[in-house]
Each structure stands twice: as structure tokens, then as C-alpha cells.
Design a protein around this ligand. Structure first.
Ligand SMILES: [Fe+2]
Length: 345
């Protein structure tokens, strides 16, 4: 396995790059905007394909690298279902699995630092975001933070993991890089409390100044969505009302780009075909399934996904590959559900 811990000294952020092998798919956790060039250089040096960029929560102390990584690599951006971010490509919740080739992370919902805080468990290690830090815990005094919820996340979820589980947090300001659940149980001063009320008191009396970047970082991080308007301006977008009318029409092929787990959880548009986003380039290139489908049948190709990001990127790729009928469902299944569009489960 390839595992890289990359540090941003300005914000004290730890970013993690994971892949199962050289030449394989990679996933990055909590990237920082200013470091995007460095990440992409490393991705290139290790011959990786960046497939997913994930934020453990909406950060207040640095601008996320999610949007820039998506724009430069066409990777999928991922955050939790509770996040107030405008658009990400994919949202996850407790019990989901976050996967790339050869790697699977269990998604743990661990609110408290914020209400959209997640941790990700991978075999012997857990990425704890700002929920559990090394000899500390993430502050709970803004962004819908809640010390009671955080106590529950830490004591009833994270500390229940085996003692030798490695702890990799999203931040460290002292130069520590890794800990274990057992070490934190014994030595983390914030966790030496007798009750949830004691923890709430402790967290409510930290009186910390706001992060320096907060007024810049939070608004920027709320707007990481892909500019789908550019695709619409070129006439390559359909709204839900337009797309609903095309269900079952013989001159139309609706293509679902989502993962199997998303299809099972949220349902699929009747009559649509499944062509997962990671295989897109192969599928739209000459000789590929979608390229041949479009050419041989003259069917209009309509991509859809969860929120319209993957499908917007797919339209561009398909158009670039000569599939000039390609368009997408703006807003994806998220928009579809809002008007109760028909879904099969
Ligand atoms: Fe944070």
C-alpha cells in the first residue's frame, strides 16, 4: 500500500494520500488548496490516478483543495450528507464505504467538532478529522459544534476501536504525526473526564480565538461546486422536467455514472444504463461502449449522477470524444428527488 502523510505548516493540516499500488487509483483526505501542486506532483511521481478527494468536514482554518483537484484531475469530490457545502460529487453517511481500487474505508459519522464531521477507518488506522486529535480534541464552539455529540462520537465510537488502531488526525500543531487509540485513551488530557457533563463544561470554557482564516475559509469552502452553468450555457444540460419526458424514449439513452452503492441507496431512473464514472474515458473513446452506442444507434446520451458534477465532467469528456449528442441532468438525482421524479429501487 502507498500511504503518504503531507503536512501544511501554515494551517497545521495533515493530508493523506492513499493508494493500493503504484500505477493504481488514489484517494486524498483533507487536501489544502495551497498544496495542490505538491499533491499532483506526488501523484504523478507515484504514477497514480487521483480518483477521489475527501474532506472530513467543512474546514474553517484553510481553503480546501477539493475544487482545484477536481478541476485539474476530474476526480470525484466527497463530503458527508450533513455538509452545507453547495455541491460535491458524492455524499456519504455512517455505514457507507468509501472505495477506490484496492482500498475501502468505513465511513463513521462522528459529529461534535462540526455537525458534518466524519472519520474514516481503514483496517489498522483511522482518519479522525478534527474529532480526535493527538492529545486533544477539535473545538466545538462554531459551525454547529456540539460537545455532547463529540463526547458520544469519541467515547462511543472511536475509543471502541482496538487499542492499537493508528490515529491520523486532520491537524496537529505540535509536530506529532500519529498516535493510537490506546495512547489517546490513556494520555489525552481532554478525555480524562468523569462524565459527559464534565466534558461539555471543559469544551465550553476553552475560550479560543476564532481561526485566523475563518472569515475567508468558510465562505470559500461552502462554494466548491463545479460551475455547472458553463455546461448549461453550451446547451448541454437538461432540467428535471425536461429529462422526465425522455424516460423510455427509444432515441434516448440515460446513463447513470454513480457507484453501485449509491444506486442501491437512492434508486435509479427507470430504463437507465449503468456506466460508472471511473470507466468514463474508456467508455466515451472511439471503440468504447458509449461511443459505439451513440454512433450505432444515434441515441442521445444523457448522463446523470448524484448532484450533476460527475455528469457535467462526463458531458465535456464525451463531447471532446466526438459524442455531440451528449448532455446531462443538471443537479442529478438530488434535483430529481426534490420533485419526486420516478425512481426504481
Ligand atoms: Fe476543523
Amino acid at each position: 500500500m502507498l500511504f503518504r502523510q503531507l503536512y501544511d505548516s501554515v494551517s497545521g493540516t495533515d493530508t493523506y494520500l492513499l493508494a493500493s499500488r503504484r500505477g493504481g487509483e488514489a484517494l486524498i483526505v483533507d487536501p489544502v488548496l495551497e498544496k495542490v501542486d505538491r499533491y499532483l506532483q506526488l501523484v504523478k511521481e507515484l504514477d497514480l490516478k487521483l480518483v477521489k478527494a475527501v474532506d472530513s468536514h467543512l474546514h474553517a482554518d484553510h481553503i480546501t483543495g477539493l475544487g482545484a483537484l477536481r478541476d485539474r484531475t476530474h476526480c470525484i469530490t466527497v463530503m458527508g450528507e450533513q455538509s452545507n457545502v453547495d455541491v460535491v460529487s458524492m455524499r456519504v453517511n455512517e455505514g457507507d464505504k468509501l472505495t477506490v481500487e484496492g482500498i475501502s474505508l468505513d465511513v463513521l459519522y462522528t459529529p461534535g467538532h462540526t455537525d458534518d464531521s466524519y472519520s474514516f477507518l481503514m483496517n489498522d488506522r483511522v482518519f479522525t478529522g478534527d474529532t480526535l486529535l493527538i492529545r486533544g480534541t477539535g473545538r466545538t464552539d462554531f459551525q454547529n459544534g456540539d460537545p455532547r455529540a463529540q463526547y458520544d462520537s469519541i467515547f462511543n465510537k472511536l475509543l471502541k476501536l482496538p487499542d492499537d488502531t493508528l490515529v491520523y488526525p486532520a491537524h496537529d500543531y505540535k509536530g506529532d504525526t500519529v498516535s493510537t487509540i490506546g495512547e489517546e485513551k490513556t494520555f489525552n488530557p481532554r478525555l480524562r473526564v468523569g462524565s459527559v457533563d464534565e466534558y461539555v463544561d471543559l469544551m465550553n470554557n476553552l475560550n479560543l480565538p476564532n481561526p485566523k482564516m475563518m472569515d475567508v475559509a468558510v465562505p470559500a469552502n461552502l462554494k466548491v461546486g463545479l460551475a455547472q452553468a458553463d455546461i448549461a450555457r453550451r446547451g448541454w444540460a437538461l432540467n428535471v422536467a425536461e429529462a422526465i419526458k425522455l424516460i423510455g424514449r427509444p432515441d434516448t439513452a440515460l446513463i447513470d455514472l454513480r457507484e453501485k452503492s449509491e444506486r442501491e441507496k437512492h434508486g435509479v431512473i427507470p430504463g437507465s444504463l449503468h456506466a460508472p464514472y471511473p470507466d468514463l474515458q474508456e467508455n466515451v473513446s472511439p471503440g468504447g461502449m458509449l461511443h459505439e452506442l451513440a454512433t450505432a444507434t444515434r441515441k442521445r446520451i444523457i448522463f446523470y449522477c448524484a448532484f450533476g458534477e460527475r455528469s457535467a465532467m462526463a458531458v465535456q469528456a464525451a463531447q471532446d470524444s466526438g459524442i455531440f449528442s451528449a448532455c446531462h441532468l443538471e443537479g442529478g438525482i438530488g434535483a430529481w428527488k426534490k420533485v419526486n421524479g420516478p425512481l426504481l429501487r
